[in-house]
Design a protein around this ligand. Structure first.
Ligand SMILES: Nc1ncnc2c1ncn2[C@@H]1O[C@H](COP(=O)(O)OP(=O)(O)OP(=O)(O)O)[C@@H](O)[C@H]1O
Ligand SMILES: [Mg+2]
Length: 242
């Protein structure tokens, strides 16, 4: 079996809120250059795991390594650039699509040329004339594409995605799925994708993490979901654990 370097590695990671354990201890890896889907019942801690991956939250105990380096040793803005995030509602700042694409560079006092902006738009399948549209007037699927293009502007090595297709119709969902697969293949980007759709978790994922009540109960190639070894995962897959 091929072994992959971990893009992100959790070692005995624990996280709690007000003394209530939310996560862990979790030990596991997100393989570099691969798509790992993250599934589990509501409240299992999926979003919390993503926020630990980009430093929005810090563990109480254990260690998180990003490309082999302790997450705390990376400069926060460099970390946010390296590890991009897209959210379900693809929040946009007021202004044009261009303003939204240029935002990551503006934060670093750099400019984005219109030519580059158009090429990022084309990369996510939006026509050039969308550049000067108001971001708030885009459809959900188009907004999600802009939000993904914004992570490309940063040349993120790792992309975290939290239910990014849940609010989309079937056509837009398919488009976003193939866009992410294409980004993964073209740039070798590591993808960590939370989804509550198990079919999507299997079809999109190379690997899968199954979280139940803050624990990583099963992990491996995504087809583990077809024949789970763990009883809790069996119940989750059958729809008995929501
Ligand atoms: N700010 C907070 N204060 C208190 N509890 C919180 C907070 N954020 C999350 N939690 C709790 O932590 C647990 C994990 O939440 P998390 O959002 O990571 O779950 P999830 O797997 O992403 O769920 P969902 O599928 O519903 O998005 C839940 O029990 C949640 O209630
Ligand atoms: Mg969540």
């Amino acid at each position: 079996m091929t072994t992959y370097e971990p893009a992100i590695h959790f070692k005995d990671v624990r996280y709690s809120i007000d003394g209530n354990p939310i996560i862990g201890p979790i030990t596991g890896s997100f393989p570099a250059g691969q798509i790992t889907t993250l599934v589990g019942p509501s409240g299992a801690g999926k979003t919390t795991v993503l926020k630990l991956c980009n430093g929005l939250l810090s563990p109480d105990a254990g260690e998180i390594l990003v490309e082999g380096r302790p997450i705390g040793s990376l400069e926060p803005t460099a970390l946010r650039r390296k590890v991009g995030m897209a959210l379900q509602d693809a929040p946009m700042v007021n202004g044009s699509v261009y303003d939204n694409l240029a935002l990551p560079l503006r934060l670093r006092k750099k400019e984005l040329s219109e030519t580059d902006a158009v090429s990022w738009l084309e990369d996510v399948g939006l026509p050039a004339d969308y550049l000067h549209k108001k971001a708030t007037e885009l459809s959900g699927g188009q907004r999600q594409k802009v939000s993904i293009a914004r992570t490309l502007v940063n040349h993120s090595d790792i992309l975290l995605m939290d239910e990014i297709t849940s609010a989309l119709d079937r056509g837009s969902k398919r488009e976003i799925e193939s866009l992410i697969t294409r980004i993964n293949e073209k740039y070798g980007t590591t993808i960590i994708w939370i989804t509550h759709n198990l079919e999507q978790a299997i079809s999109i994922g190379d690997f899968t993490w199954v979280l139940v009540a803050g624990e990583l109960v099963e992990t491996g190639e995504s087809r583990i979901l077809e024949k789970p070894a763990d009883e809790r995962v069996r119940r989750f897959v059958k729809g008995e654990l929501q």
